[in-house]
Design a protein around this ligand. Structure first.
Ligand SMILES: NC(=O)c1ccc[n+]([C@@H]2O[C@H](COP(=O)([O-])OP(=O)(O)OC[C@H]3O[C@@H](n4cnc5c(N)ncnc54)[C@H](OP(=O)(O)O)[C@@H]3O)[C@@H](O)[C@H]2O)c1
Length: 258
């Protein structure tokens, strides 16, 4: 397939959880996708791709490439842009998915800095550095994987069973990410780029480590394949009416409030 006919999707944190499932879902969806899986090391990315191939085998139609991106390491992002530019010349869809919850014991300032560096500063830096390659696309899109935890409306809603969960620093970082998405939505419209934040729901993943993973399963968290399928629907244009709505596109086909 000619490079101009393919949809080139770059996803950060593509080796685990929601990112991993999204890579698999895109590769299964169509031969039209060339997915660039970004991970903190090429070894991690290769291991994840091997796992996707062993899980899905012949069902995979699209192509996948690997790139190293640590969103807190600006040099790694610049090097990745050079690499992607020389191999593909453009990016059609950027999914800023990498994120953390700091679970180890540490002082407040360390926790805040680490959380914001990855969840808010990282996506801002990745988008800024990849903006020239998105501008080469005829249909550029940016999706910020956010969280209902970042919603002020839900935090204040007495009917929300999760409102008493603390996680203040993670919540703050995702609220900041929502503003980044909002700001980019307004300003990137000038060059035809569509921007949204996405709420994947409560999922089984490695976000809170091995114990957290068990807790998630015990508490009925979703299969991360669910948000992955919804991200594919968004990219495929099935939710085009939602890009300009006020809030985050959510995993169930609705809109989560800011
Ligand atoms: N799971 C949920 O319930 C849930 C709910 C709402 C929102 N989210 C959001 O969904 C996104 C994906 O999380 P997940 O649940 O799939 O968790 P996950 O399984 O822990 O995946 C997170 C991914 O981000 C990567 N990452 C972390 N720090 C990074 C950095 N500095 N540079 C580049 N990559 C980095 C991780 O890489 P390593 O493998 O190297 O650590 C991993 O690939 C996050 O933004 C998270 O906040 C998750």
């Amino acid at each position: 397939m000619a490079s101009s006919d393919r949809t080139i999707v770059l996803i950060t944190g593509g080796n685990s959880g929601i990112g991993f499932e999204t890579v698999a879902a895109l590769l299964k969806a169509s031969a039209n996708y060339h997915v660039i899986m970004a991970a903190r090391s090429i070894e991690k990315a290769q291991k994840a791709v091997d796992e996707i191939k062993s899980l899905h085998g012949d069902a995979l139609k699209g192509e996948v490439s690997l790139v190293r991106i640590d969103v807190t390491d600006i040099e790694s992002v610049r090097a990745a842009r050079q690499d992607v530019k020389s191999r593909f010349g453009r990016v059609d869809v950027l999914i800023n998915n990498a994120g953390i919850i700091v679970t180890r014991e540490c002082d407040t300032l360390t926790n805040l800095r680490e959380t914001f560096e990855t969840n808010a500063f990282g996506p801002a830096i990745v988008t800024e550095i990849f903006e020239p390659l998105l501008k080469k696309s005829s249909r550029p899109k940016i999706i910020y994987v956010s969280s209902g935890q970042g919603s002020m409306t839900l935090k204040l809603d007495p009917a929300n069973p999760h409102r008493l969960l603390r996680g203040d620093f993670y919540r703050m970082s995702k609220s900041a990410l929502n503003m980044l998405a909002t700001s980019h939505r307004v300003h990137f419209a000038e060059w035809g780029c569509r921007v949204t934040a996405f709420d994947p729901g409560f999922c089984v993943s490695n976000l809170t480590g091995p114990e957290g993973r068990k807790m998630r399963i015990k508490n009925g968290a979703r299969d991360p394949a669910e948000p992955a399928r919804e991200l594919v629907r968004i990219i495929e244009g099935k939710r085009d009416a939602d890009w300009d709505k006020c809030g985050m596109m959510d995993v169930d086909g609705g809109i989560s409030p800011w």
